[in-house]
Design a binder for this molecule. Sequence first.
Ligand code: G6P
Length: 625
Amino acid sequence: MHPAKHISFHFMCGIVAYIGSKKAYPILIKGLLRLEYRGYDSAGIALQNGTLNLYKKKGKVADLVNAIGEQNTSGQVGIGHTRWATHGKPDDINAHPHLSGNERLVLIHNGIIENYAVLKNALIKHHGHQFKSETDTEVLVHLIEEVQKRENLPIEEAVRQALTQVHGAYAIVVMDREDPNKLVAARKSSPLVIGVGEDEFLVASDATPIVEHTKNVVYLNDEEVATITIQNGLVVKTLRNEVMTPTIHGIELEIEQLEKGGYEYFMLKEIFEQPTTIAECMRGRMNSDEGWVHLGGMQEHMKRLINAQRMVILGCGTSWHAGLIAEYLFEDLARLPVEVEYASEFRYRNPVVRENDVILAISQSGETADTFAALELAKQRGALTYGIVNVVGSSIARLTHSGSYIHVGPEIGVASTKAFTGQVTMLTMMAMVLGYERGFLPKSQYQHLVQELALIPEKVEKLLETCHEQIKYIAGEFKDASNALYLGRGYNFPVALEGALKLKEISYIHAEGYPAAEMKHGPIALIDENMPVFVIATNPSAYEKIVSNIQEVKARKGVVIALVTEGDDEINKLADYTIQIPSTVEPLTPLLSVIPMQLLAYHIAVLRGCNVDQPRNLAKSVTVE
Ligand code: G6P
């Protein structure tokens, strides 16, 4: 079975907890260091040692250790957290663990509480709660406190009852100052593993903090609550109060493999996460049954967005490619004129920016220096600025007037994959909203797009399953090429650019992306039997034109690897290899067609012995100009 099948992908934060015969603190810190790949905006620890010692700090685990210094770290029961910010900027206050209002309970959380605003309002209004942070997590611990107080319940019962009111995803561990020899853990949709040692238990987001202590683990199921004490061991109940018998599994994987979820490289893991990350990006913002998209960041500025004269999109690298797709989306669906600019070029040429322009900045890291500076300039000139960013609280997110986070979790591989599909998903949702609000996208069409977009995660999953082996084979055939050409039209022209960029950045093969029709104006001179030509031929509107382009390549003895829609027989006869993608409506095809391009670059690079996650000369976050 492929690793993707038995790992649930939910990131944003790592959690770890310990109860046993040893000192908890060093075990928790080591565990957090292992989990740091899941997020490193802030870290925190709480220890039971007669009182509750709570330490938390913005930044990495090392910053937390420094801040704790020589303070009291005794105790054999404790919890720790490393954060990837979702609600609230990364700072000391928003860092986990979070305390209840009476400071009796302390909680760590990985996931998103979707109805936190409703719960928060009720807690404030009816029970007088006050909140220190902007997080959904603090709401959860206050809710548990409220339930506990009402009937003086044991902590595990308060957790169980409180969770029946919660919508969203969570993996949590809670401690109660009044019941200090106990951990209570629960999960839904976010991962949680419990390590069962001889005289100790560990709880963590994945097995990496656990394996050096024990190889015996219990995977908690959705909507289960675990109560852990040394005296009674592990007791598991469902939210409906049924007692479950936990099954113990043995883990065989080594630590390195575990961090990467069993994948050889983060890049492959991130490629395979895409069915989840695309869904994460849409979560709570789109409802396919009712047929709507709601983006809070747009709502606040809807008038200016509707009345915008034009949109200028800024980005670098892969984010710029996502911007190019957005140009097709916004012009097609919302009839808004769009210009897409390399941030570096835009900022140095004294650009024309007007007050009724909308400037959209796309950046995974939110720290790219050129994008930041270009945005600053546009803001000074009075335009509305909007960020499409992954890293919460990053510089670009803070600079813009408004924006939407793509919420795809930490991207570790330098070559961007899941951030790209997250960006394109977000841009598609934005274009749909704007198209509808500007009156260019009729309701029926808008709702049809919502339904089609909702199907994309499962189509990506199917595509990953069906094309992976074939792509590995094709990679073997072309791993020694010195050049490659990528062609696409319309919505898939930017995908051709992205395919070429992926190949060149990680495999060091020279590759170029071109609009298919432009091939005649130059690149065709390069085509011979040694030149693989990857043609993205999945757009119904330009189908005949693409068929002609393929014929032109074949006539020069070029080797054609075509990406086609399932059931396409015509190109199958012409091309040397065809890779099939599930069918969808044309504006959504890039979300599917880019997947084989990512996998192909990955496998070619692996076969060439390249370090896929850290290609030479490149950096994940480019903060120099
Ligand atoms: C670097 C990375 C690319 C990324 C680009 C823009 O070149 O290697 O993967 O697309 O920067 O980064 P940003 O964080 O702004 O999206």
